[in-house]
Structures are given as C-alpha cells and as structure tokens.
Design a protein around this ligand. Structure first.
Ligand code: ADP
Length: 500
C-alpha cells in the first residue's frame, strides 16, 4: 500500500470504491478497548507515559506515566505551559524526522523507519516510534517523558522559566522514571510485537467485515436496479395491455355496426322482402346470415372481454328464475346440437326452483358459453347434459346457493391445460389449422361473470371421453345488495394469455 492511493486520506465507510483500494487507518484496525488495555498495562509496567496517535494526530490510547507531579509543577508557570504545549504539538504532529532537536536513535525502529529521541526543555526526554504498516505510516507512538540515565542536573533551559522554584522541581524529578536507552528500545520492541499482532488480526477482521458489507451492498444495488427495471417493464406491460383493450374495444365496436346491417339486409333478402329468391340465392343468403352471426358473436366476445379488462362491466342484479334461464340458454344452442346429431338433455330440480339474485343476461351468457363449448367440442352422435341443482348450502362458498353443471362426451381437455383455458385468448389447439372456431374468450368471460356473482367455476375432464364444467353460485351474491356491482378486471399478470 502507498499513501497516494484513491481515498488514501480517509477512513470509514463513506469512502467510495472497494475497501481493498483504500489505505486503512489505525482506527479501522484496532479495537479501542483491547488496545487501550494493552497500552495501559505497558505504561503501568514501565511507569512511563505512552500515547498512540493516528496519522491525523487523533489519540487512540494514552497511558499516564510517573512524570505527572513534575510536569504539573512546571506547567503551572505560564512560560512552562507554553513551552510544554509547543513540544507536545511537535511530538504529536511534527515530522517523523530529526528536526527541532530530535535525534535518530541507533538501531532503527522495530516497526520499520527510525526511532527519534526528543529532548524536553525540562531535561526529560521522549522517544517517538513511527507506526509503519505495509509501507504506509499509519501513526506514531510517543513514549515519555522519562529521565534518561545520564540526567544529573536540570538543564539551563528550565531555569529560563520565570518564577519556577528550581529546588522543588529538582525534588520532583526524583519521582520521574529513569530509563536507560536499552530499556526504552526493549520496551518498544515488545510493544511493536504486540501491536503488529493486533494490527494483523484487526486488518483481517476489518477487511472481511467490509468485504462482506460491500458484497451485501452490491447485491442490494443489483436487486434495486432489477426491481426498478421490473417496475418499468410492468408499467410498459400495463400500458400495452390497456392499449390492447382499448384497441379491441374500438375495433369491435366499429365492426359490429356494419355487420348488423349485413345480417339485417341478408335477413330481408331471405324473407323475400325485395322479391322471391330462387333456392340457390336463398342458400347464399342463409350462409351470409349464418357466418354473419358467427362473426357477430366473436366480435361481441372480444368487446365483452375488453370491457371486463377495462373494469367497465357492471352487473345489474335482479330476481331471476334460474330454471327458466337455463332452459332459455339450451334453446339457443339446440339448433347447433341438432345439426351435429347430439343428444342435449337437461336435468332440473324436482321441486320448483326458487328464484335467485343474478344479472340475468350475464348468467345466461355463462350457461350459453358452456353449452356452446360442449356442443362444439363433442363429435357427432355424442351427448351433452345440463344439470341444475336444488338450492342448498354450498361448501365452497359457505353460503346458500346452487350449481349448474354442463357435461359432455367430447374430446376432453389435457390435465396441464385445465387451468389455462380460463385465460383470455387461450385455446388448447392454437395451430393455424385448428379444427374448432372461436377466439379463446368464452371461458374467460364465464370466469369473470361467475366470480362477479361471488361464485366459482371448475372443470373435470378425461381426455377423449369428455368434460364437465361446474359453476357454483350463491343464491344472493354478497355484492348484490348494491344493486349494481362492477366486475374487477383480472389483475394478476400471470393470468395473462401466454400465446396471444
Ligand atoms: P373458444 O371455445 O372460443 O376457443 P373458450 O375460452 O370458450 O374459447 O375455450 C378455451 C379452450 O378451452 C377451447 O379452445 C378448448 O380448447 C377448451 N375447451 C373449452 N370447453 C371445452 C369442452 N367442453 N371440451 C373440450 N375442450 C374445451
């Protein structure tokens, strides 16, 4: 490491870039309590002051020595105080070089660099050891003041402090620890060893902690960015969906008007209102009416679905004779059933069915859609059964209600498709050459209308043998008390068609 790395001047998590690119500080690496204890016990053992400062001059640990009385006495004099303060500033922040009277001690420093011996104007002495770690100066250790072994007389500089009682000062020096240079260097070698061990352990745990934190922050940043991207995508999808609904609604509406005229005029032709038609003309007119009606149904389904998706469908609840409603639905699919040679039978409750609350038109459409599918997906000669239950408690709903079942002996639905057929535009056979017509909307409309009534729809099926659609409805939908209720649009993105 070197001092000119990016972010080298500081420490702490506010710095940009990885911790691996930063120069660490003593504060990062040393646990203040443990380190403080080590310094205190060493100071006590040698009876000498030890102060450890980081490279910004901040004190990390400070053990008092045996010089307190003497220094306090000298400091009590203004001049003594001023000189002491200047010297302490030099020791704490001055250059780690032999300037201002400091001298290099022979033998070098145990942590690298040089030991400096700094005399004090009182005759005492300090030793300064730089803290070098992986080539960087991270701080310094200041030992002292202590009395050197050779100190015999107090120096003349002390006598320059006005008002100082020299005799008393001399007395007090006796309390100050005397230390030969060998003892100081031995103590520092010992301290350097302990400090190196603490720094190595501290560096390791600080780096692993910080790297872990960085990894977590990075993961969080990635998640946040993915989240933002998903939100944007979601918004775009919603917008696309809204546009799709509005497009379908406009197109369907614009198609329906001319189509109604086509059917109307063809019917007038077929009824001979503009003159009798020959058999071939009559057949053509009937084909136009037939195909026109199929197209009209398709357009109506698209329009219904776009209204549902736009949340614009309202249910108008009223009292309905459900038996009559089912019979009317059967009547409307009977011609197709007969054309295919299907047996279409209804099983009604033995007792007269009580009336229920429902949106008559929507509920009729539910039954018609299920019946039309049963007829469509059942081959010639097959059968379709419609069953209406009596009113009674419905376990699924926990309410009084009834069931309508439409069972056919048709092609059946593969198991893995049984959920998806209720999604709009989903068809089991979606190949361009598919056998059955339709837009894949009938069941999506059924599901929305049934759920709008507070009911449920489900299917059981056996491939190649037939299907049974079961609708269970409450006698009075919970929301029916409002008279009118909006059907909430399908909200779940995963209920969206996969193959539209
Ligand atoms: P459509 O009938 O217009 O294709 P639906 O939403 O009514 O659309 O039905 C979706 C799909 O569910 C159909 O294409 C068909 O594959 C399957 N399906 C629905 N009813 C039956 C049924 N009675 N028997 C077999 N398959 C059915």
């Amino acid at each position: 490491m070197s001092a000119d790395k990016p972010g080298a001047a500081g420490n702490g998590p506010e710095h940009a870039g990885s911790v691996l690119q930063r120069k660490l500080s003593l504060v990062d690496m040393l646990d203040p309590v443990t380190f403080g204890d080590v310094v205190d016990s060493l100071g006590e053992l040698y009876r000498v002051g030890i102060r450890v400062l980081d490279e910004r001059g901040r004190t990390l640990a400070d053990a008092k020595g045996s010089n307190g009385d003497f220094c306090g006495f000298v400091n009590a004099q203004g001049e003594g105080h001023a000189r002491c303060t200047a010297l302490v500033a030099r020791l704490n922040e001055g250059p780690l070089a032999p300037t201002q009277g400091a001298q290099v001690m022979p033998g070098g420093s145990p942590l690298g660099g040089e030991l400096l011996s700094q005399p004090c104007f009182t005759g005492l002495r300090y030793v300064v050891m730089p803290v070098l770690w992986e080539g960087d100066v991270l701080g310094r250790v200041v030992v002292g003041p202590f009395a050197s072994e050779e100190l015999a007389e107090l120096p003349a500089s002390l006598g320059e402090v006005p008002g100082l009682d020299l005799a008393r000062a001399r007395e007090l020096t006796a309390n100050v620890q005397r230390m030969p240079d060998t003892r100081v260097t031995k103590m520092l070698a010992h301290f350097a060893q302990v400090m190196a061990a603490l720094l190595a352990a501290g560096q390791k745990s600080y780096l692993s902690g910080q790297l872990h934190l960085e990894a977590m922050l990075e993961t969080q940043r990635e998640l946040e960015s993915q989240n933002a991207q998903l939100l944007r995508l979601n918004q775009r999808l919603k917008e696309a969906d809204r546009m799709k609904s509005s497009f379908l609604s406009t197109v369907s509406h614009e198609l329906r008007t001319p189509l109604a005229s086509i059917i109307g005029y063809s019917e007038m032709l077929a009824e001979g209102l503009v003159g009798a038609l020959n058999p071939e003309q009559m057949q053509f007119a009937r084909t136009i009416i037939d195909k026109g009606n199929t197209l009209l149904k398709l357009i109506s389904s698209i329009l219904d679905m776009s209204q549902i998706e736009a949340g614009k469908v309202r249910l108008a609840f009223e009292w309905v004779d459900v038996q009559e409603l089912v019979e009317s639905a059967i009547t409307s699919v009977m011609p197709q059933a007969q054309r295919k040679g299907l047996t279409l039978k209804a099983q009604m409750p033995p007792v007269v069915q009580a009336r229920v609350v429902a949106d008559r038109e929507k509920l009729r459409q539910v039954v018609v859609n299920l019946l039309a599918n049963a007829v469509k997906f059942t081959p010639t000669g097959g059968k379709v059964d419609v069953r209406l239950s009596e009113l009674g408690n419905q376990l699924e709903l926990g309410l009084a209600g009834y069931r309508i079942e439409v069972e056919d002996s048709g092609v059946g639905i593969p198991e893995d498709q049984r959920e998806r057929i209720f999604q709009s535009f989903y068809q089991v056979d979606d190949s361009p050459t598919r056998e059955y017509g339709g837009a894949g909307l009938g069941l999506a409309i059924v599901k929305s209308y049934v759920e709008g009534h507070g009911g449920q729809v489900a299917v059981t099926s056996e491939l190649g043998r037939g299907s049974c659609f079961r609708v269970v409805l409450p006698k009075e939908p919970p929301q029916s008390s409002q008279g009118l209720a909006f059907i909430p649009p399908p909200v779940d993105m995963d209920t969206e068609p996969e193959r539209f």
